[in-house]
Design a protein around this ligand. Structure first.
Ligand code: FAD
Length: 551
């Protein structure tokens, strides 16, 4: 008092990776005159992960009222769609990695980065526990805690071995940049080893038997890369062993590239057949030891073992230990990914968000308000068009879910002359929401951008909510829910041919799609630096061939 009013704002700051908490007092006084200017405390936003979802969030965030701390075991972003190109020397590893600090430095937001992995989330105390991943030669591991107001979990997923014996010990994976480099080294070493004079042809054949487990986009692209490498470079560089190379692709289901249009699947299987890639469909791997890979045919249960030189395991993804533990903690233990609502908030938490491969939108919960809306629309239609009422009565389909399943386009549309536009719109909404989103960079990228936009407009939308009416309670949601927009997908098949599936059921396969692939992937690079590096790698390969130094 005494005429002097002290404005006091406490700002908590965390000193980088050590988690030491300091308190900075901001005191404002003006020669005895009251000056009541409170510096608002910045909300602390902690982001876990620097992959597709994390990078996209970061790039799009421009609200300086947050203090952001990023925690990730790697200080760079990786353009994963080009990882298969690294395995055989078409593109260099560093060309597809962008240091995260290059992105941070361009932002007007207060951002810090800690190279560490989060090992535990404590939602009750709004705290995460981390362990530094840098080999600092320090005694013991550097551990620290970080408090948050908002937590954004974008830690991706890990490879899924389905507990198949021997996979961890004997297989390569293609998830990180290190994996691609190890594969590249192993591929080159296989050719060098097979060229040694002391070996028998039988031994050479074993060394040069490359097996790929999983006929998804990654496995297929690696098979295509390897085949191109053999045809374009090995024939010239290792002419003596070129005919001993064998590439086998094992797929447990009936087709490769299951998530693609049938036309693409057929084309890929035929092309691989012509290229001499041995595609074994319905073939389940039961175990791998140092020398052999064992399989069981799905149809007749016949088992067999084949000697191999190198195996790439690419059968899908599962949750990371951090996510598994967190799911157990919050009662989601039986799920395969963290369930969120349509606003990407982890179920039951207002301040924890999850996106990308580690999360999934809980479709059942999302469906409830949509179905309710649908029921109301239907009631309205029934009132206006008694024929529909009759139809529903005859079919005894008052149950809305049964109706959704059965009424698509058939009797409801044909036998009645009515305006069913609303009805169709509701159906297509239901249809699109029923599908789980794929674990792709495209989804992660869109989710990151969506969430950043929400944070950019948090205060604005708090005052003027822009979302749909709340299902429970009154008023509107702050934001529109996340909606995925599928822009198409590519499957490079080798020989400068790519299959492209574009929106509107549009399929294109061949050399022209390969050029589309080059342009899309060049344009999608996160910086001009990586764009220039990737394009120059492609040119280098056209002029000089692949780099076979293996370093
Ligand atoms: P990620 O990109 O995996 O990033 C996870 C981040 O979290 C990483 O930075 C990681 O270091 C960090 N992290 C891990 N653990 C912790 C922890 N405990 N604490 C803090 N941080 C942690 N998708 C497409 O759409 N098109 C394609 O062509 C395509 N090709 C692909 C090719 C390959 C070889 C691979 C492997 C994937 C491909 N994908 C493609 C899929 C795509 O890469 C993933 O869907 C996407 O990376 C998911 O993004 P994310 O941010 O969820 O996870």
């Amino acid at each position: 008092s005494g005429g002097s009013l002290v404005a006091y704002a406490e700002a908590k700051t965390y000193s980088g990776s050590h988690g030491h908490i300091a308190h900075a007092d901001a005191t404002a006084s003006d020669g005895g005159h009251a000056l009541s200017e409170v510096v608002p405390k910045k909300k602390k936003l902690v982001l876990l992960g620097t992959g597709w979802a994390g990078m996209s969030f970061l790039k799009n965030l421009n609200n300086p009222t947050y203090e952001v701390e990023i925690v990730s075991p790697r200080n760079f972003f990786v353009f994963t769609p080009l990882l298969p190109s690294v395995t055989c020397g078409k593109v260099e590893a560093r060309s597809i990695a962008e240091p995260i600090r290059n992105i941070i430095i361009k932002k007007n937001v207060d951002i810090s980065f800690s190279e560490a992995e989060c090992v535990k989330i404590d939602p009750q105390n709004k705290k995460i526990y981390c362990r530094a991943t840098i080999d600092s030669h320090s005694k013991g591991e550097e551990e620290f805690a970080v408090d948050y107001d908002y937590l954004i979990i974008a830690v991706g997923a890990q490879v899924n071995t389905f507990n198949t014996p021997g996979v961890m010990e004997n297989c390569h994976f293609l998830k990180e940049i290190d994996d691609a480099q190890k594969i590249r080294k192993n591929v080159i070493e296989s050719f060098e080893k097979a060229s040694l004079p002391s070996l028998s042809d039988e031994e050479r054949k074993k060394i040069l038997h490359f097996v790929i487990v999983g006929g998804g986009p990654t496995g297929v692209e690696f098979a295509a890369e390897l085949h191109d490498f053999v045809n374009e470079d090995v024939v010239k560089l290792y002419p003596k062993v070129k005919d001993l190379v064998k590439i086998t692709l094992l797929e447990a289901t009936d087709h490769i590239l299951n998530m693609f249009d049938k036309r693409i699947t057929n084309f890929a299987e035929n092309k691989f057949g012509r290229d001499g890639i041995d595609v074994k469909l319905g073939s389940m791997v039961t175990g791998i030891n140092e020398n052999e890979i064992s399989t069981k045919a799905r149809g007749n249960g016949k088992t067999s073992s084949t000697p191999y030189g190198m195996v790439l395991w690419s059968t899908g993804i599962g949750p990371r230990p951090l996510i598994k533990e967190f799911m157990k903690q919050i009662g989601q233990g039986n799920r395969r990914a963290l369930a969120t609502d349509e606003w990407l908030r982890v179920e039951g938490f207002d301040n924890i968000y999850a996106l990308g491969d580690c999360a999934t939108i809980n479709q059942r919960k999302v469906m409830v308000p949509i179905l309710k809306e649908f029921q109301e629309t239907l009631d309205d239609i029934c009132e206006r068009y008694p024929q529909v009422e009759l139809y529903l009565k005859n079919k005894q389909k008052r149950n809305i879910v049964d109706l959704v399943k059965e009424a698509k386009g058939d009797a409801a549309k044909q036998s009645m002359e009515l305006n069913i536009e609303e009805f169709k719109a509701a159906l297509s909404e239901v249809d699109s929401q029923m599908k789980n989103l794929p674990a792709t960079a495209q989804v992660a990228n869109q989710q990151g951008a969506y969430l950043a936009k929400c944070f950019n407009r948090m205060e604005e939308c708090e005052k003027n909510p822009e979302g749909p009416p709340r299902f429970r309670g009154t008023g509107h949601h702050r934001f529109h829910p996340f909606r995925y927009r599928h822009l198409g997908q590519f499957a490079p098949l080798g020989g400068e041919q790519t299959a492209a599936e574009l929106p509107g059921d549009w399929v294109s396969i061949g050399h022209s799609s390969q050029w589309l692939w080059y342009s899309v992937y060049a344009s999608k690079q996160v910086s001009w630096r990586t764009r220039a590096l990737v394009v120059s790698d492609w040119l280098r390969r056209f002029i000089f061939g692949r780099d076979t130094s293996g370093i």
